[in-house]
Design a protein around this ligand. Structure first.
Ligand code: PRP
Length: 179
């Protein structure tokens, strides 16, 4: 776990591999308990969720399906543009299903709000959100997330699925921009 330098930016470690693993394990346990006897569908929000959903899925002791949706709000910028586009829609029929949306990070809440409205229109049996990270004090609207891994300061973060200009998602730890 070292400082890393990318372009003119410096990033410092925020969460270790072990801290992430422990938290994902705890979330998996909690979700398995809450959904005991059910077979929810986990809808990962690409691209950032890919490592988190892979690890979370393997910490669930209940049956569950996996599907994905790809939306984009950030592009290659460090700040959210606020414009949300569906790039790849999910394929599962969500009507009557227990749906859990899996996010890597929630910032303004606009993606959560967009997805909640889109999925609720499909009449699921229930809908909850899980996000590994949630930024503090950056909400642009009122929204709810039922399961949060870590609340973090409003700093740009990379690693464990989170990118800098589409790269560095493979970093095993999560790093925070030093401003
Ligand atoms: C990130 C993240 C969420 C969204 C959160 O996606 O995965 O979907 O931004 O921000 P918000 O709360 O301000 O809406 P991003 O657009 O960076 O795409 P990526 O997952 O492909 O990196």
């Amino acid at each position: 776990m070292d400082i890393i330098k990318i372009d003119e930016h410096t990033f410092k470690p925020l969460f270790t591999k072990d801290q992430i693993h422990e938290r994902v394990k705890a979330l998996g346990k909690q979700i398995s308990r809450d959904y005991e006897g059910k077979d929810p569908i986990m809808v990962g929000v690409l691209n950032g969720c890919y490592l988190f959903i892979a690890d979370l899925s393997r910490e669930l002791s209940i049956l569950h399906e996996i599907d994905f949706i790809k939306i984009s709000s950030y592009g290659n910028e460090m700040q959210s543009s606020g414009q949300i586009k569906v790039i790849k829609d999910f394929s599962a029929k969500l009507a009557g299903q227990d749906v859990i949306v899996v996010e890597d990070i929630v910032d303004s809440g606009l993606s959560v709000d967009f997805l909640r409205k889109k999925i609720m229109a499909m009449k699921p049996a229930s809908l909850k959100f899980v996000s590994l990270l949630k930024k503090k004090g950056t909400a642009k609207i009122d929204f709810e997330i039922e399961y949060v891994g870590f609340e973090i300061d409003n700093k740009f973060v990379i690693g464990y699925g989170l990118d800098y200009k589409q790269n560095y998602r493979d970093l095993k730890q999560i790093y925070q921009l030093v401003e």
